[in-house]
Ligand binder design. Structure first.
Ligand SMILES: [Mn+2]
Length: 581
């Protein structure tokens, strides 16, 4: 689908000029700061030098005092504690974090991950019964629980207290828990709202450590878990998340825990070539690497078998055990890939064959045999392809259960909420939601969802948008420029890697197609000296004919480093090409 190019609002020119002079960096880089809301020298310093001193006081979070007091009481009364979490990356890394922290000074802790198929998302009756049978009187729930009003009440009737650490939107009623940590509570004044579930777990241990005089330095070892959750849950990498992600990445790059190192062996960035028998990275890992290399593998455990294996992988200190678990988890991931590509192909064929579905404003598609573990992935792929709000459904334990994914600016949670009377359960965010319904309501749901989407999108044409940060002249790109640009990382939602636009570039000769339809380009600009600049455009071979004919073209690109044969050069990573005129 052709993308529409949208240039973001440029920073105020007076502010940009002043800040550029005070910082001594060029206008185009300063503009990127101003676009990100950074308008002072002090603000730039905080941005470029993330510091633990910029983390907020955990006690600003509503109920934090109650949560810490309840854990303190459990520890002094020798109560058994259960750390309970969702089966995805955020949930399992949160469980690994809180469980390992508590276990470092208190032995009576266990952890629990519900089975995706048997128990489903969130707090389960089975989990509470397990806790009861094990004599547990305190459950700390992570990345789930904010809507578990009845389940928490049921636990209460069995003498089990709950501390809920969640980052999903609360419903109208809060569960009767001992403490509810969730910055999205309307009565929570915590200054940063975008923490991951694992991030809330980190704030909990930070608060506990503060009260019990445990040095902050002892908590840094957990930040690798926080950053994999930030990356995989696709939360904003702004504010406090930027600090946590920055130090988390640093930790993964220097001293990954055994489980992460073992998993990374299955990716191309880790190689065993320094002669010491140790694995080394062949480049610095980024958030994108975590999204593509770590996230899917850890998720695969929960999708195919059990999220408990992910937690085991993340908590083990034994490299042998880590290798065994990583091998198993990697095999789940291979199986997951097969299941998801089969279901995706089937779904695409079903849409193509159905005229009503083809012309709808939304996709609602159901197949009883799709694996429940991959419907979210299938929904994402369909969204990329048809670019409209999408719900993919399958049958599980007699209920129809589904994953919803959205497109830019469309709040899918609200659209699902508009069908809530037809649903058994639902929950989620603006861009993704989960739901379940009785099979008899499927037809009514499909119709209502489509009606809701089409009325909200009336007169709006959905097209994928490529957001461009700023125009750039090719001769601005040099090693000094890149040295500053690099410090904008870690990139992610809220601070995406800048996309630049240069109009009217031309082939400098030597451009060619490489690999599977990629373009390896060498470009110049007729009006500037310097160059040629080397560039790569993945999956864009179709433009080669016109480029070769010396027709000028416009490019949108990232500036990045490319290492080849031991030498490092700057290259333009071209996201999209359009011919002038
Ligand atoms: Mn989460």
């Amino acid at each position: 689908m052709e993308k529409s190019w949208v240039l973001k609002a440029q920073g105020d020119s007076v502010i940009t000029k002043e800040l550029s002079q005070s910082l001594g960096i060029d206008m185009s880089l300063t503009n990127l700061l101003v676009q990100r809301g950074i308008t002072t020298v002090e603000g730039a310093k905080t941005f470029f030098r993330p510091s633990f001193s910029d983390l907020h006081d955990p006690f600003l979070m509503k109920d934090m005092d109650r949560a810490v007091a309840r854990i303190t009481k459990a520890v002094s009364n020798h109560e058994k504690i259960l750390v309970y979490g969702d089966y995805d990356v955020d949930g399992t890394s949160a469980v690994a974090l809180v469980y390992t922290f508590l276990q470092s000074f208190y032995p009576d802790v266990d952890f629990y991950i519900p089975d995706r198929y048997d128990e489903g998302y969130g707090i389960s009756v089975k989990g509470i019964d397990f806790a009861f049978d094990a004599g547990i009187s305190l459950v700390i729930a992570l990345d789930c629980g904010i809507k578990a009003v009845e389940k928490v009440a049921y636990a209460g009737s069995k003498g089990i207290d709950f501390i809920i650490c969640d980052h999903h939107r609360p419903g109208a009623e809060l569960p009767p828990a001992s403490a509810i940590l969730d910055p999205k509570r309307s009565d929570c004044l915590y200054p940063y709202k975008e923490l991951s579930g694992c991030g809330i777990g980190f704030k909990l241990i930070q608060a506990y450590a503060q009260v019990h005089c445990i040095e902050f330095e002892k908590l840094i070892q957990y930040l690798d878990l926080v950053v994999i959750a930030i990356a995989s849950d696709i939360v904003d990498i702004t504010g406090e998340n930027r600090v946590l992600a920055f130090y988390g990445l640093k930790l993964i790059n220097t001293k990954p825990r055994p489980g992460l190192e073992a998993l990374l062996r299955y990716s191309s960035v880790l190689k065993n070539d320094d002669g010491s028998g140790r694995y080394v990275f062949n480049r610095e890992l980024t958030i994108t690497d975590l999204v593509f290399m770590i996230g899917p593998r850890i998720n695969a455990a929960g999708r195919i078998e059990s999220g408990k294996n992910s937690v085991r992988l993340l908590i083990t200190q034994d490299p042998g055990e880590a290798n065994l678990l990583a091998e198993q988890i990697n095999a789940y991931n291979t199986e997951r890939k097969t299941l998801d590509s089969l279901a995706t192909q089937q779904a695409m064929a079903m849409i193509e064959a159905d005229e009503r579905l083809r012309n709808a404003r939304s996709t609602v598609i159901y197949h009883p045999e799709w694996h429940k573990g991959v419907i979210g992935i299938v929904a994402s792929r369909l969204t990329e392809n048809f670019y409209r709000p999408t719900v993919v459904l399958t049958l599980s334990n007699g209920l129809i259960t589904g994953s919803a994914r959205s497109v830019r600016d469309f709040d899918i949670y609200e659209a699902v909420d508009a069908c809530s009377d037809l649903l058994e359960h639902f929950g989620g965010h603006k861009f993704a939601a989960g739901l379940s319904l009785q099979p008899c309501n499927l037809e009514a749901f499909s119709q209502r969802f489509e009606a809701t989407v089409s009325s909200r999108l009336e007169g709006i044409e959905l097209v994928p948008v490529l957001e461009i940060d700023a125009p750039l002249s090719l001769n601005a790109i040099n090693s000094r420029f890149y040295a500053v640009l690099k410090q904008f990382a870690p990139f992610g939602p809220g601070n995406m890697a800048p996309v630049f636009i240069t109009r009217g570039v031309m082939d400098a000769g030597g451009s060619r197609i490489v690999g599977k339809n990629h373009l390896k380009l060498s470009v110049v600009h007729p009006e500037i000296a310097g160059g040629p600049f080397s560039a790569i455009a993945f999956q864009q071979g179709e433009h080669f004919n016109l480029i070769e004919k010396q027709i000028p073209f416009n490019i949108c690109y990232h500036v990045e480093e490319n290492e080849w044969n031991g030498s490092v050069n700057l290259q333009l990573n071209i996201k999209d090409i359009k011919f002038a005129g």
